[in-house]
Write a protein that binds this ligand. Sequence first.
Ligand SMILES: Cc1cc2nc3c(=O)[nH]c(=O)nc-3n(C[C@H](O)[C@H](O)[C@H](O)COP(=O)(O)OP(=O)(O)OC[C@H]3O[C@@H](n4cnc5c(N)ncnc54)[C@H](O)[C@@H]3O)c2cc1C
Length: 486
Amino acid sequence: MDNASVTELSGPATALPPGGPPGAPTIAIVGAGFSGTLLALHLLRRSPTQTRVVLIERNAQFGRGPAYSSGNSSHLLNVPAGKMSGFQGDPHDFLHWLQGLSESELCGLAPAASTFVPRHIYGRYIRHLINQELKVPERGDQLKLVRGDVADIEEVPGAVRLTLDRNRTITADRVVLAVGNFPPAPPPVADPSFYDSPLYKPDPWAADALAELDPDLPVLLIGTGLTTIDSVISLLDQGHRGPITALSRRGLVPHRHVAPGLCPPPESDRFPTRVNALARMLRRSSARQVEAGGTWQSVIDEIRPITTELWQSMCAADRQRFLRHLRPWWDTHRHRVSGPVADRVEAARASGQLRIRAGRITGYRLERPDGPVEVTFRPRFQQTQDSVTVGRVVNCAGPDADYSRIRDPLVRTLLGKGLVRPDRLCLGLDVTGNCALLDKDGAISRRMFAVGPVTKGAFWEMTAVPDIRHQAETLAGQLSAMVRPR
Ligand SMILES: Cc1cc2nc3c(=O)[nH]c(=O)nc-3n(C[C@H](O)[C@H](O)[C@H](O)COP(=O)(O)OP(=O)(O)OC[C@H]3O[C@@H](n4cnc5c(N)ncnc54)[C@H](O)[C@@H]3O)c2cc1C
């Protein structure tokens, strides 16, 4: 990233001018992970040239977020390169960029559509997209990157005012929250004092999560999903020899991607929106596919493009039923891992180093302040207690989406002022189908919007790149039609 393009203002009470001619409409985006960055890129392509886009990020790296800032080359994308373009209309953009890298940059990687690329390479691609925009003279003037932490947003007549750290302010016509993923919530236990111990690592993406760890110490990973798989791979890469236990309520582990198999015609042209009927149909179709020499993976992939439609067509009770009973199965079938990653995880399980357990954590007993800690849990379907004694506990339970308990200062401030509210299913913030935020009374804001995982309550599958890029593109179209030069 060209650091000269990132605005760093010093001193208190600075009003940051968005730039451009007087009256130029300004759209501020809070968060420059994949969602915020893609939205900015689409806005630049669709809005009148007077429109200013201000992209604000608290971390040094624009375009990466926790997903694509991992420096570990073994942390691979869980979507093949051919499906990771930033643009729906140019589906091979990422692949073409990848094919343009030198051999040393590729480090032995085959730049093919089916390749699962290290995530940090994808982060470079997103940064490259921003740099490209900054190079176009008129676009460079339209886009302002601001390094800062947004602490507050208030609605003022005809605009919104954002307050950043060091009392800096930005006034904009519209603001979009692209604040993304928050660290997992700790499992509820009667005595949560262990969560203050240095042996507990609450943020699996933080640099210290697996740092300075005795390679022979037993480790407990809370969760058995994609974040846990990342942590297992990191532990193996750093030469960890001690036992690793991964524990989740059901002990389900993500399946692996396979090459697309034969695809017999679908059972029906209709998809039920009652959750039980849908689950039955998926099971039947999967069995038919496998019988015909195909794979169940193709059945899941077939409904991927319409999962938001299915979600939005389901009644509230069925959405709740899905979350309560089917979500872990859906997640492990839908969010799969690449073959090389699955091979390493399976080898660790076969050697006995990695044990997957199903159960619910009931408590922690620290033998000494510096460990070890005995973690007790109730195994699934049993009334008895079991335990593991470990030197470190890393919470890999997946991003916390329940905004009523997320401690982030901006989230707390907006909730406190009633400008936003959590959605009913505690998957994100309440938004309309057009991504407009709803306030505590359910009134629709004309100035405040959200994009990405924040909107999962209304869209459900708003996690992976193919879904977010579609949403970013649609929202960019709406916002650019809304803002007109004053
Ligand atoms: C570890 C991990 C791996 C993943 N791997 C894949 C994958 O392989 N393929 C795939 O399709 N999807 C993957 N995903 C899904 C991922 O959710 C999306 O791809 C996408 O990265 C989400 O981007 P985002 O911008 O919405 O959120 P984030 O990436 O979380 O970015 C939000 C940004 O907002 C900033 N921010 C938050 N609050 C403020 C504030 N108040 N002021 C200023 N800045 C703020 C944060 O610093 C952060 O940079 C992965 C997710 C994770 C967590």
